[in-house]
Structure formats: C-alpha cells, structure tokens
Design a protein around this ligand. Structure first.
Ligand SMILES: [Zn+2]
Length: 341
C-alpha cells in the first residue's frame, strides 16, 4: 500500500455524532464518549510512535539518509474539530502539545511528557513560526502550523541540541533535547473507518480501523515496517520518476508491475527492520496470513499486490537469509539498504 492518506482528524466529527446527553455530561459540558474516543486515539498514537521510533533508531547504521529523531509526536489544536474536548482530554493549553513521547528517545531523556505545551523552539515562539511558506500550501490550513513546527524542530536539531520552552501545570520550563540522528520518517494514526496503511515519503500513516486489528505490537510493527520500507527505499520518488500512475489506471500494464516490484521490496525489507528493532519477524507471517484469509480478495487480488501466500513466501525467504547471517551488534545488514556514507 502506498496510497497517500490525508491524516484527517476532522473525521472524528463524523465518527462521534451521538447527541450529547445532558444527564451523562460532566459538569464542564463535554461529552464523555468523545473524551474517551480522544483518549483512545492518543493511546494508538503513543503505541505507533513508540514502535516507529524503535524501528528508525535500531536501523540507523543501515540508513544512508538520516534525520534528527526526537521521539516526540506533536499535534496542533487546529487539527481537532472540538478544541474544548482536545484541551480537556489531551492537555492543550496553547497551540501545540506533546501527544506522545517514545521510550528511550531524546524527548524522553529531556523529560518531556504528554500534555506538555510547546511554547518556543530555541527562543522562537510557536505563534511566530511562519506558516505562509509555499511548501505548506498543499497542506490543509489546519495542518500548516504543525508541518512548520516539525520542520523548525528538525532544522534546529540538525545543527545542535535544542531548547524547548514548555508549559506544564501553569509553569514555564526550559528543556534541552539532544540531537540524535536516525532513519527518517514520522508516524501517525489517521482516523478512518477503512483498514489502510500508507507512506508518503516522509510520514507513515496507519488508520485507526487498521490499528484495532493488531493482536500485539509485533503485528503493528509488521505493518509500520512495510510502510517505513517504502519511505527508506524512496519508492514514491521512484514511481513518480517512472511516471507511474498510482491511481485507478495504475492497476494495469507497466504501472502495475512497477508498483508490484516496490511492494515486493517493502515486504522483503520489512522483516529485517523488525528483527533489528527486536520485533518478531514471524509476526509479519502471522499477521498477513490472518489478514489475507479474513479479507480474501481486496488488495490481495489486485494486480499491484501479491496474494498473501506469495507474500508469506517472501517473508520466509528473508527470514531464512537472516538465519544464515552473523548479526553485528545484534542486527542484520538488510541487503536492500546499501550503506553509502
Ligand atoms: Zn506497500
């Protein structure tokens, strides 16, 4: 799967349309079911952020291109259709809040916590970070500031450790986040009723409906690793350079075979990424078998993807290759990631 999925929290408005029952509502008038839904989404985001961080960190020696990774997932209050609930459930006081902090990350080492508001990056206040840059023009308005803030943080960290001024319980605290390079990509739950995962070159998205389907973190890691592999192998750029149609007409002829070759590569690389991060690569086999049997046709019969039995054979081949190798510092050099630096 490589389709671009817009991270769309405004779908929340469609998902939770139950009328507010005045008897059940807490004193502040917020709908308890919506509060719980926000908390549930945050838990999914925290799991995904932790798994994604572990994958990018563990595979760092094999990524030619690296980027600063903080392990922080930041959200903007404008992403939420109901800001009052977001403030209550997620701890927003201002514009940008920490939603997740990956364990063993620079963000965690700096002492950041979910619910901390980011007030400034190296002394530049969040509201003064320009968002009218043309690079953000393709983003929906409610995603421009978070894109600019993430870019600002990444750029600051490229040069040095970075000070974040945060607001916690009414108190302003400066915290220093250390520079740590790792494989690039960010990770985010996309609210959707469809079971999908996607990679746009920079961000890996897994839908909330898909995330509900995982039995454990190893299965979650299998899907994230597949999408991360698309990003690390620059598949989107490669298909664009080949003028491959990723839409409806991509199901036919040359486009289909080129898309399929990227899918095979992503499957092959995924189990190496998982093993290096300490996830059970057999979980890829277990997950895609269960998913393939239950979902039958769908994407698995499309000309762009192998059926699940063929995919399982790919995973088995790669796991066998690893079994014959001597690990270096507990990790295996994935043949598809050629180190060039
Ligand atoms: Zn894919």
């Amino acid at each position: 799967m490589i389709a671009m999925t817009r991270i769309c929290l405004s779908l929340l408005a469609l998902l939770f349309t139950a009328p507010l029952n005045a008897q059940d509502a807490p004193a502040d008038g917020l709908d308890p079911d919506t509060i719980l839904a926000f908390k549930g989404l945050q838990l999914l985001d925290q799991r995904m952020n932790a798994i994604g961080f572990r994958l990018v960190q563990a595979n760092t020696p094999y990524c030619a291109d690296k980027a600063p990774q903080t392990g922080l997932l930041l959200h903007d209050i404008d992403q939420y259709p109901d800001p009052a609930v977001a403030r209550f459930a997620l701890g927003f006081d201002g514009l940008v809040t920490v939603i997740a902090v990956a364990p063993d990350s620079p963000g965690a080492a700096a002492g950041l916590l979910p619910g901390d508001d980011i007030l400034a990056i190296n002394g530049v206040r969040i509201e003064n970070i320009p968002i009218d840059n043309p690079v953000y023009a393709s983003e929906p308005p409610e995603y421009r500031r978070i894109a600019a803030v993430n870019d600002r943080l990444e750029k600051a960290l490229t040069q040095e450790d970075t000070t974040l001024n945060i607001l916690r319980g009414g108190e302003q605290i400066p915290l220093t986040v250390a520079l740590r390079q790792a494989c690039p990509s960010r990770f985010q739950i996309a609210v959707s009723e469809d079971r999908e995962a996607s990679a746009n070159g920079k961000i890996v998205s897994v839908t909330s409906r898909m995330a509900e389907y995982f039995l454990n973190d190893d299965e979650f890691a299998a899907v994230i690793a597949h999408e991360l592999a698309h990003n690390l192998l620059h598949h989107r750029d490669r298909l664009d350079a080949q003028e491959v149609n990723r839409g409806f007409f991509g199901q036919f002829g040359k486009s289909a075979s080129r898309i399929k070759s990227t899918e095979v590569e992503a499957d092959r690389l995924s189990v190496w990424l998982m093993a290096n991060a300490g996830y059970d690569p057999q979980a890829a086999i277990r997950f895609w078998t269960r998913y393939g049997k239950e979902h039958g046709k769908g994407i698995f019969s499309a000309s762009t993807h192998y059926r699940w039995k063929k995919r399982v054979a790919l995973f088995e081949e790669e796991i066998e290759k690893m079994a014959k190798m001597e690990p270096v510092n507990g990790t295996y050099a994935p043949p598809l990631l050629t180190k060039t630096d």
